[in-house]
Design a protein around this ligand. Structure first.
Ligand code: FES
Ligand SMILES: [Fe+2]
Length: 420
């Protein structure tokens, strides 16, 4: 994390503390229509035009280290198969046999020299999904082997995460991530390994869950203990990146600064984490809450020795699966964590993170019914909630603004505030 960026964030924070209103000229937001969170019509627009056209995290590269190693991925609503090729590249195919549609592989994870359908043994290469074997070929008249290859989706790896995009015309993953990389690269996440994972089904729209992590306006109201909040939301410094991504760095509260023996909210130094190997990142990460969002459905609150990713998957318009998967740098000499025998430092980190997630979840669950009440005429968004607006703008751009009924559209106003 370069000094220039850290310096800018610190200056932004001082500005945020000092201001008495939104910056001069900042756009006044119109209300967000509650139908964006509640209507079947908007959900269907997302299903048809958002999820099939965006990069999403499907898994981790270290789970398929050798050629032929694969895992399946179904969270985009169509069965996909991610497999390491003989050239080391990670490929994504539709896990649908081009004969009569059986799944090509049935196990969630495995390894195969070739991908052989279990129904009638049509067989495909791990490279290119090329069809290479058809039993009793003589019984097919004019079988065109070329068109019966496994259809592909786009696939690439960043920071150890395997991303897929069903849109073959999508911009490359590196372009999609863009300058957000300045926040993620320093953590050397490719070296990290899964520590543990949790999953919850929550009765609300996926955007309700995502929005809960895009602002800290709620923080002291939901996450205070004995009247003490560890963060001071009034100083939150935010950056909006192209493609709907964003960052938010929130200073510690006075009480927390005192508790940690820091000189002030801006006394950013590396804190001692014992013998655990640490990424070489700014002390800002130890002395603030530093988080990013990857459009559309991932939030990462960073920590020096690791971080969780919070991921939101729509089940239907009113139901979301919220996963959190914690990654960390394994102790020297090991390359994995045993979730059933975590070191005490990780157990305690897990307890505190799961407790925060429970506080957020408790709030999200009852929101949907309440939001759908005719009592809520629209959702007024304030300046410190602008990352929510940014998410919604990008949702519209990805779906295609012209496809969205006018009364549901977001006004596109934040372009002048993006960082490149
Ligand atoms: S469905 Fe796969 S070989 Fe027949
Ligand atoms: Fe929260």
């Amino acid at each position: 994390m370069d000094d220039l960026l850290v310096g800018k964030i610190k200056a932004d924070m001082a500005y945020e503390f000092a201001r008495t209103a939104p910056p001069e000229g900042f756009p006044a937001f119109h209300d967000i229509s509650t139908e964006r969170h509640a209507s079947r019509a908007f959900h269907e627009l997302e299903q048809e035009h958002l999820w099939p056209r965006t990069w999403v995290i499907a898994g981790r590269a270290e789970d398929i280290p050798e050629p032929g190693d694969y895992f399946t991925f179904g969270d985009l609503g169509v069965p996909l198969l991610i497999v390491r090729g003989t050239d080391g590249a990670v490929n994504c195919y539709y896990n649908t046999c081009q004969h009569r549609g059986a799944p090509v592989v049935r196990d969630e994870r495995g390894s195969a020299r070739r991908l052989r359908c279990q129904y009638h043994s049509w067989t495909y290469e791990v490279d290119g999904g090329t069809l290479v074997s058809v039993p009793d070929e003589r019984d097919f008249v004019d079988l065109d082997w070329e068109v019966r290859c496994l259809p592909r989706a786009k696939c690439d790896v960043y920071a150890g995460f395997v991303f897929v995009n069903r849109d073959l015309d999508a911009a490359p993953l590196a372009d999609f991530i863009g300058p957000l990389a300045e926040m993620i690269d320093p953590f050397e996440a490719a070296q990290m390994r899964e520590v543990y994972r949790e999953s919850r089904i929550i009765p609300c729209n996926w955007k309700v869950t995502a929005e809960a992590f895009l602002e800290v306006y709620h923080f002291r109201h939901i996450h205070s203990h004995d009247g003490v909040s560890v963060l001071d939301n009034r100083g939150a410094a935010m950056g909006l990146y192209p493609n709907g991504h964003s960052r938010m760095v929130t200073p510690y509260s006075k009480q927390n600064v005192q508790r940690l023996g820091l000189d002030g909210w801006d006394d950013w130094k590396q804190l001692d984490h014992g013998s655990t190997p640490t990424a070489d990142v700014s002390g800002m990460v130890d002395c603030t809450s530093t988080a990013v969002s990857i459009f559309p459905n991932v939030i990462i609150p960073f920590g020096r020795i690791g971080f969780p990713i919070n991921v939101f998957w729509p089940i239907d318009a009113h139901t979301t699966r919220l996963d959190w998967i914690y990654y960390g740098l394994p102790a020297e000499g090991t390359d994995r964590f045993d979730p059933d025998a975590l070191p005490e430092a990780w157990e305690s980190r897990k307890r505190s993170y799961d407790a925060i997630m429970a506080e957020d979840e408790m709030n999200m669950a009852p929101m949907q019914t309440s939001m759908e009440s005719p009592a809520l005429r629209g959702i007024p968004i304030n300046y410190q909630e602008r990352r929510i607006w940014h998410l919604h703008e990008q949702i519209d751009r990805t779906i295609g603004v012209e496809r969205i009924p006018e009364h549901l559209r977001m006004e596109q106003v934040l372009a002048p505030y993006l960082e490149y």
